[in-house]
Design a protein around this ligand. Sequence first.
Ligand code: ZN
Length: 402
Amino acid sequence: MPVNLYYTQRVRGFQQENVKYLKNSVEIQLKRTKHQCPYCGSTRVTVEPVRRQIRGEPLGSCRNVVLEFTIHRLYCHSCHHRVMEHIPFLSHPKARLTKALERTILELRPHMSIQSLANFYNLRWHTIKELEKKQLKKKYSRIQTAHVKAIGIDESHVGKGMQNQQYLTIVRDLQSGAVIHVGDGKGISALAGALKKLKKSKLKVVTMDMANAYFSWISENFPKANIVFDHFHVIKLMNDKLDLVRCRITAKMDESQRKQLKGLRFIFLRNNEDLPEDARMILKNMRGDFQDLGDAYMFKEALRSIYRQAKDSYHARIAFHRWCKMAEETGIPELKTMARTIRDKLDGIVTYWTFRHISNAKMEGFNNKIRWLIKQAYGFRDREYFKLKIYQLPEISSEKLL
Ligand SMILES: [Zn+2]
Protein backbone atom coordinates (compact mmCIF):
# COMPACT_ATOMS: atom_id res chain seq x y z
CA MET A 1 0.00 0.00 0.00
CA PRO A 2 1.49 3.36 -0.92
CA VAL A 3 2.09 5.93 1.78
CA ASN A 4 1.07 9.52 1.14
CA LEU A 5 4.54 11.00 1.26
CA TYR A 6 3.63 14.61 1.44
CA TYR A 7 1.00 14.13 4.08
CA THR A 8 3.08 11.93 6.38
CA GLN A 9 6.66 13.01 5.69
CA ARG A 10 6.46 16.38 3.94
CA VAL A 11 8.32 14.82 1.02
CA ARG A 12 7.77 16.45 -2.37
CA GLY A 13 9.32 15.98 -5.79
CA PHE A 14 9.94 12.26 -5.42
CA GLN A 15 8.00 9.21 -6.48
CA GLN A 16 7.52 6.25 -4.26
CA GLU A 17 9.19 3.18 -5.69
CA ASN A 18 8.59 0.58 -3.04
CA VAL A 19 7.59 0.22 0.63
CA LYS A 20 8.96 -2.57 2.82
CA TYR A 21 7.22 -3.26 6.11
CA LEU A 22 9.83 -4.95 8.28
CA LYS A 23 9.59 -6.18 11.85
CA ASN A 24 10.54 -2.93 13.57
CA SER A 25 10.79 -0.53 10.70
CA VAL A 26 9.29 0.75 7.49
CA GLU A 27 11.57 1.34 4.54
CA ILE A 28 10.27 3.62 1.82
CA GLN A 29 12.21 3.74 -1.42
CA LEU A 30 12.02 6.99 -3.31
CA LYS A 31 12.88 7.90 -6.86
CA ARG A 32 13.41 11.10 -8.76
CA THR A 33 13.72 11.05 -12.52
CA LYS A 34 13.98 14.66 -13.63
CA HIS A 35 17.12 16.64 -12.90
CA GLN A 36 17.69 20.29 -13.35
CA CYS A 37 20.65 22.59 -12.77
CA PRO A 38 19.86 24.80 -9.74
CA TYR A 39 21.88 27.68 -11.24
CA CYS A 40 20.53 28.01 -14.78
CA GLY A 41 17.60 25.63 -14.80
CA SER A 42 19.04 23.61 -17.68
CA THR A 43 18.12 19.93 -17.94
CA ARG A 44 21.34 19.14 -19.84
CA VAL A 45 22.99 17.58 -16.80
CA THR A 46 25.08 14.51 -16.10
CA VAL A 47 24.30 12.81 -12.78
CA GLU A 48 26.46 10.83 -10.41
CA PRO A 49 24.42 8.83 -7.87
CA VAL A 50 25.02 8.47 -4.10
CA ARG A 51 22.73 6.21 -2.06
CA ARG A 52 21.22 7.83 1.06
CA GLN A 53 19.09 6.75 3.99
CA ILE A 54 17.14 9.35 5.91
CA ARG A 55 15.01 8.98 9.00
CA GLY A 56 11.44 10.17 8.67
CA GLU A 57 8.47 10.77 10.95
CA PRO A 58 7.03 7.69 12.70
CA LEU A 59 4.12 6.02 10.96
CA GLY A 60 1.56 4.83 13.47
CA SER A 61 3.29 2.69 16.04
CA CYS A 62 6.37 2.24 13.90
CA ARG A 63 9.01 4.72 14.99
CA ASN A 64 11.76 3.56 12.65
CA VAL A 65 10.83 5.00 9.29
CA VAL A 66 13.65 5.04 6.76
CA LEU A 67 13.48 6.85 3.45
CA GLU A 68 15.92 5.40 0.97
CA PHE A 69 16.77 7.29 -2.16
CA THR A 70 19.55 8.38 -4.42
CA ILE A 71 21.03 11.82 -4.13
CA HIS A 72 22.83 13.08 -7.23
CA ARG A 73 25.88 15.12 -7.85
CA LEU A 74 25.08 17.16 -10.95
CA TYR A 75 27.26 18.48 -13.70
CA CYS A 76 25.61 21.13 -15.88
CA HIS A 77 26.61 21.20 -19.52
CA SER A 78 25.18 24.67 -20.02
CA CYS A 79 26.78 26.64 -17.20
CA HIS A 80 29.43 24.10 -16.14
CA HIS A 81 28.53 24.14 -12.46
CA ARG A 82 29.12 21.06 -10.33
CA VAL A 83 26.65 20.86 -7.50
CA MET A 84 24.80 18.50 -5.19
CA GLU A 85 21.13 18.29 -6.14
CA HIS A 86 18.71 20.09 -3.86
CA ILE A 87 16.55 17.85 -1.69
CA PRO A 88 13.59 19.94 -0.56
CA PHE A 89 12.76 17.84 2.49
CA LEU A 90 16.26 18.09 4.00
CA SER A 91 17.49 21.12 5.94
CA HIS A 92 21.00 20.65 4.56
CA PRO A 93 22.53 18.16 2.10
CA LYS A 94 24.15 16.04 4.81
CA ALA A 95 21.11 15.87 7.10
CA ARG A 96 20.20 12.43 8.49
CA LEU A 97 16.59 13.31 9.30
CA THR A 98 13.81 14.87 7.30
CA LYS A 99 13.01 18.51 8.00
CA ALA A 100 9.63 17.37 9.34
CA LEU A 101 11.21 15.03 11.90
CA GLU A 102 13.71 17.70 12.91
CA ARG A 103 10.86 20.09 13.56
CA THR A 104 8.95 17.55 15.65
CA ILE A 105 12.01 16.84 17.80
CA LEU A 106 12.68 20.53 18.36
CA GLU A 107 9.06 21.06 19.35
CA LEU A 108 9.32 18.26 21.90
CA ARG A 109 12.72 19.26 23.25
CA PRO A 110 11.42 21.76 25.86
CA HIS A 111 9.36 18.92 27.37
CA MET A 112 11.81 16.02 27.07
CA SER A 113 15.47 15.49 27.85
CA ILE A 114 17.93 14.81 25.04
CA GLN A 115 18.31 11.25 26.30
CA SER A 116 14.60 10.48 26.35
CA LEU A 117 14.16 11.89 22.86
CA ALA A 118 17.10 9.81 21.67
CA ASN A 119 15.56 6.71 23.23
CA PHE A 120 12.11 7.37 21.83
CA TYR A 121 13.21 7.99 18.26
CA ASN A 122 16.10 5.53 18.39
CA LEU A 123 18.59 8.24 17.50
CA ARG A 124 21.96 9.11 18.96
CA TRP A 125 22.22 11.59 21.85
CA HIS A 126 24.67 13.53 19.74
CA THR A 127 22.23 13.84 16.82
CA ILE A 128 19.57 15.43 19.01
CA LYS A 129 22.04 17.74 20.70
CA GLU A 130 23.47 18.95 17.39
CA LEU A 131 19.99 19.61 16.10
CA GLU A 132 19.14 21.76 19.10
CA LYS A 133 22.51 23.46 18.98
CA LYS A 134 21.91 24.50 15.39
CA GLN A 135 18.55 25.95 16.35
CA LEU A 136 19.96 27.86 19.34
CA LYS A 137 22.83 29.18 17.26
CA LYS A 138 20.44 30.60 14.72
CA LYS A 139 18.17 32.04 17.37
CA TYR A 140 20.88 33.79 19.39
CA SER A 141 23.25 34.83 16.61
CA ARG A 142 21.62 38.26 16.62
CA ILE A 143 20.40 39.86 19.80
CA GLN A 144 18.44 43.08 19.68
CA THR A 145 19.92 45.62 22.09
CA ALA A 146 18.61 48.95 20.78
CA HIS A 147 16.18 49.16 23.72
CA VAL A 148 18.69 48.08 26.40
CA LYS A 149 19.21 50.67 29.17
CA ALA A 150 20.65 48.62 32.01
CA ILE A 151 22.99 45.66 32.06
CA GLY A 152 24.55 43.49 34.71
CA ILE A 153 27.98 41.94 34.23
CA ASP A 154 28.63 38.85 36.30
CA GLU A 155 31.18 36.10 36.54
CA SER A 156 30.03 32.59 37.09
CA HIS A 157 32.19 29.70 38.21
CA VAL A 158 31.24 26.82 35.94
CA GLY A 159 33.72 24.11 36.82
CA LYS A 160 37.21 22.77 36.72
CA GLY A 161 39.39 22.72 33.66
CA MET A 162 41.70 25.05 31.80
CA GLN A 163 42.18 28.58 33.14
CA ASN A 164 39.61 30.31 30.96
CA GLN A 165 37.23 27.35 31.12
CA GLN A 166 36.55 27.73 34.82
CA TYR A 167 34.58 30.93 34.50
CA LEU A 168 32.05 32.48 32.21
CA THR A 169 31.29 36.17 32.10
CA ILE A 170 27.62 36.82 31.49
CA VAL A 171 26.08 40.12 30.43
CA ARG A 172 22.35 40.48 30.93
CA ASP A 173 19.67 43.02 30.24
CA LEU A 174 18.54 43.87 33.77
CA GLN A 175 15.05 44.86 32.72
CA SER A 176 14.06 41.97 30.48
CA GLY A 177 16.42 39.43 32.00
CA ALA A 178 17.67 38.43 28.54
CA VAL A 179 21.25 37.24 28.16
CA ILE A 180 23.19 39.53 25.85
CA HIS A 181 26.66 38.02 25.97
CA VAL A 182 28.42 34.94 27.32
CA GLY A 183 32.22 35.16 27.29
CA ASP A 184 34.88 32.62 28.25
CA GLY A 185 36.89 33.32 31.39
CA LYS A 186 36.74 36.55 33.37
CA GLY A 187 38.15 40.03 33.02
CA ILE A 188 38.02 42.38 30.08
CA SER A 189 39.05 39.74 27.54
CA ALA A 190 35.81 37.90 28.34
CA LEU A 191 33.87 40.90 27.05
CA ALA A 192 35.27 40.63 23.53
CA GLY A 193 32.25 40.64 21.31
CA ALA A 194 29.99 42.33 23.85
CA LEU A 195 30.93 45.81 22.67
CA LYS A 196 29.69 45.18 19.16
CA LYS A 197 26.43 43.78 20.47
CA LEU A 198 25.84 46.80 22.74
CA LYS A 199 26.80 49.46 20.22
CA LYS A 200 23.22 50.50 19.51
CA SER A 201 22.04 50.31 23.13
CA LYS A 202 21.11 53.31 25.26
CA LEU A 203 23.13 52.14 28.24
CA LYS A 204 22.44 54.15 31.37
CA VAL A 205 23.19 51.69 34.15
CA VAL A 206 25.76 48.93 34.54
CA THR A 207 25.80 46.79 37.66
CA MET A 208 28.76 44.61 38.54
CA ASP A 209 30.82 43.01 41.25
CA MET A 210 33.03 45.42 43.20
CA ALA A 211 36.10 43.25 42.80
CA ASN A 212 36.18 42.91 39.05
CA ALA A 213 37.96 44.77 36.34
CA TYR A 214 35.13 45.97 34.10
CA PHE A 215 35.07 49.46 35.52
CA SER A 216 37.59 50.90 33.05
CA TRP A 217 36.04 49.01 30.15
CA ILE A 218 32.67 50.61 30.87
CA SER A 219 33.93 54.15 31.41
CA GLU A 220 35.95 53.93 28.21
CA ASN A 221 33.23 52.53 25.97
CA PHE A 222 30.09 53.90 27.59
CA PRO A 223 31.15 57.17 29.22
CA LYS A 224 27.53 58.15 29.90
CA ALA A 225 26.66 54.98 31.78
CA ASN A 226 26.37 54.97 35.58
CA ILE A 227 28.23 52.21 37.35
CA VAL A 228 26.25 50.67 40.17
CA PHE A 229 27.51 48.26 42.78
CA ASP A 230 24.22 46.87 43.85
CA HIS A 231 22.86 45.54 47.09
CA PHE A 232 23.35 41.92 46.06
CA HIS A 233 27.07 42.36 45.38
CA VAL A 234 27.81 44.35 48.54
CA ILE A 235 26.16 41.76 50.80
CA LYS A 236 27.86 38.93 48.92
CA LEU A 237 31.27 40.50 49.55
CA MET A 238 30.39 40.99 53.22
CA ASN A 239 29.47 37.30 53.49
CA ASP A 240 32.86 36.42 52.02
CA LYS A 241 34.54 38.52 54.73
CA LEU A 242 32.50 36.80 57.41
CA ASP A 243 33.72 33.48 56.10
CA LEU A 244 37.32 34.70 56.26
CA VAL A 245 36.91 35.67 59.93
CA ARG A 246 35.47 32.26 60.68
CA CYS A 247 38.42 30.51 58.97
CA ARG A 248 40.96 32.63 60.81
CA ILE A 249 39.39 31.89 64.19
CA THR A 250 38.97 28.19 63.51
CA ALA A 251 42.64 27.86 62.71
CA LYS A 252 43.55 28.94 66.27
CA MET A 253 41.04 26.75 68.10
CA ASP A 254 41.27 23.52 70.00
CA GLU A 255 39.21 20.47 69.06
CA SER A 256 36.13 21.10 71.20
CA GLN A 257 35.85 24.76 70.22
CA ARG A 258 36.20 23.80 66.59
CA LYS A 259 33.34 21.35 66.88
CA GLN A 260 31.17 24.01 68.40
CA LEU A 261 31.87 26.41 65.58
CA LYS A 262 31.56 23.87 62.82
CA GLY A 263 27.84 23.60 63.36
CA LEU A 264 27.51 27.35 63.23
CA ARG A 265 28.63 28.05 59.72
CA PHE A 266 25.13 28.22 58.33
CA ILE A 267 24.15 30.77 60.91
CA PHE A 268 26.50 33.32 59.48
CA LEU A 269 25.26 32.99 55.98
CA ARG A 270 21.66 33.41 56.98
CA ASN A 271 20.00 36.67 57.76
CA ASN A 272 19.12 37.38 61.35
CA GLU A 273 15.34 37.28 60.95
CA ASP A 274 15.55 33.87 59.25
CA LEU A 275 17.29 32.27 62.23
CA PRO A 276 15.49 30.01 64.69
CA GLU A 277 15.40 31.15 68.33
CA ASP A 278 18.10 28.74 69.57
CA ALA A 279 20.48 29.85 66.85
CA ARG A 280 19.98 33.43 67.95
CA MET A 281 20.93 32.40 71.49
CA ILE A 282 24.07 30.71 70.25
CA LEU A 283 25.01 33.87 68.41
CA LYS A 284 24.46 35.93 71.53
CA ASN A 285 26.72 33.71 73.62
CA MET A 286 29.21 33.51 70.87
CA ARG A 287 29.83 37.21 71.01
CA GLY A 288 31.69 36.47 74.21
CA ASP A 289 33.44 33.33 73.03
CA PHE A 290 34.42 34.40 69.59
CA GLN A 291 34.47 38.14 69.80
CA ASP A 292 35.58 38.91 66.25
CA LEU A 293 33.08 36.58 64.72
CA GLY A 294 30.19 37.98 66.68
CA ASP A 295 31.26 41.51 65.80
CA ALA A 296 31.62 40.70 62.15
CA TYR A 297 28.14 39.23 62.15
CA MET A 298 26.69 42.37 63.73
CA PHE A 299 28.40 44.49 61.10
CA LYS A 300 26.89 42.42 58.36
CA GLU A 301 23.43 42.96 59.83
CA ALA A 302 24.15 46.67 60.15
CA LEU A 303 25.07 46.78 56.48
CA ARG A 304 21.82 45.10 55.54
CA SER A 305 19.85 47.56 57.61
CA ILE A 306 21.30 50.46 55.61
CA TYR A 307 19.63 48.97 52.56
CA ARG A 308 16.38 48.59 54.43
CA GLN A 309 16.30 52.02 55.98
CA ALA A 310 18.16 54.61 53.91
CA LYS A 311 15.63 56.67 51.96
CA ASP A 312 17.98 58.08 49.36
CA SER A 313 21.60 58.16 48.29
CA TYR A 314 22.33 61.12 50.57
CA HIS A 315 21.26 59.27 53.72
CA ALA A 316 22.87 56.07 52.49
CA ARG A 317 26.18 57.86 52.08
CA ILE A 318 26.10 59.11 55.66
CA ALA A 319 25.21 55.65 56.96
CA PHE A 320 27.99 53.96 55.00
CA HIS A 321 30.54 56.48 56.30
CA ARG A 322 29.43 55.76 59.85
CA TRP A 323 29.58 52.03 59.21
CA CYS A 324 33.13 52.29 57.85
CA LYS A 325 34.33 54.39 60.76
CA MET A 326 32.96 51.90 63.31
CA ALA A 327 34.26 48.91 61.37
CA GLU A 328 37.74 50.41 61.32
CA GLU A 329 37.60 51.02 65.07
CA THR A 330 37.05 47.33 65.80
CA GLY A 331 40.56 46.60 64.54
CA ILE A 332 39.28 43.41 62.89
CA PRO A 333 41.34 43.12 59.71
CA GLU A 334 38.57 41.68 57.53
CA LEU A 335 36.20 44.47 58.51
CA LYS A 336 38.91 47.03 57.85
CA THR A 337 39.35 45.73 54.28
CA MET A 338 35.60 45.76 53.79
CA ALA A 339 35.48 49.37 54.98
CA ARG A 340 38.26 50.31 52.58
CA THR A 341 36.39 48.71 49.67
CA ILE A 342 33.20 50.54 50.61
CA ARG A 343 34.99 53.88 50.83
CA ASP A 344 36.68 53.24 47.48
CA LYS A 345 33.48 52.31 45.70
CA LEU A 346 31.07 54.49 47.63
CA ASP A 347 29.90 56.46 44.58
CA GLY A 348 28.88 53.29 42.79
CA ILE A 349 27.37 51.84 45.96
CA VAL A 350 25.08 54.80 46.66
CA THR A 351 24.15 55.17 42.97
CA TYR A 352 22.09 52.07 43.72
CA TRP A 353 19.53 54.33 45.42
CA THR A 354 19.11 56.37 42.24
CA PHE A 355 18.44 53.32 40.10
CA ARG A 356 16.77 51.12 42.64
CA HIS A 357 13.81 50.59 40.35
CA ILE A 358 16.10 48.70 38.02
CA SER A 359 16.50 45.67 40.17
CA ASN A 360 19.07 42.95 39.97
CA ALA A 361 16.98 40.57 42.03
CA LYS A 362 16.50 38.21 39.10
CA MET A 363 20.21 37.54 39.15
CA GLU A 364 20.11 35.15 42.07
CA GLY A 365 17.48 32.95 40.46
CA PHE A 366 19.53 33.01 37.31
CA ASN A 367 22.58 31.67 39.12
CA ASN A 368 20.47 28.75 40.34
CA LYS A 369 19.57 28.01 36.75
CA ILE A 370 23.23 27.96 35.79
CA ARG A 371 23.94 25.52 38.63
CA TRP A 372 21.13 23.35 37.27
CA LEU A 373 22.63 23.45 33.81
CA ILE A 374 26.06 22.44 35.11
CA LYS A 375 24.50 19.54 37.01
CA GLN A 376 23.22 18.18 33.77
CA ALA A 377 26.88 18.01 32.74
CA TYR A 378 26.33 20.03 29.62
CA GLY A 379 29.37 22.13 30.33
CA PHE A 380 32.02 19.58 29.86
CA ARG A 381 30.88 17.85 26.71
CA ASP A 382 30.41 20.81 24.44
CA ARG A 383 31.36 24.29 25.55
CA GLU A 384 29.62 26.06 22.69
CA TYR A 385 26.36 24.24 23.35
CA PHE A 386 26.65 25.02 27.06
CA LYS A 387 27.02 28.71 26.30
CA LEU A 388 24.04 28.67 23.94
CA LYS A 389 21.94 27.01 26.65
CA ILE A 390 22.80 29.93 28.95
CA TYR A 391 21.23 32.34 26.45
CA GLN A 392 18.12 30.22 26.66
CA LEU A 393 17.95 30.07 30.48
CA PRO A 394 15.74 33.13 31.04
CA GLU A 395 13.08 31.46 28.89
CA ILE A 396 13.10 28.27 30.94
CA SER A 397 10.67 28.50 33.83
CA SER A 398 11.98 27.67 37.29
CA GLU A 399 9.50 24.81 37.68
CA LYS A 400 11.22 23.00 34.85
CA LEU A 401 14.42 22.87 36.87
CA LEU A 402 13.13 20.23 39.24
ZN1 ZN B 1 23.53 25.18 -15.25
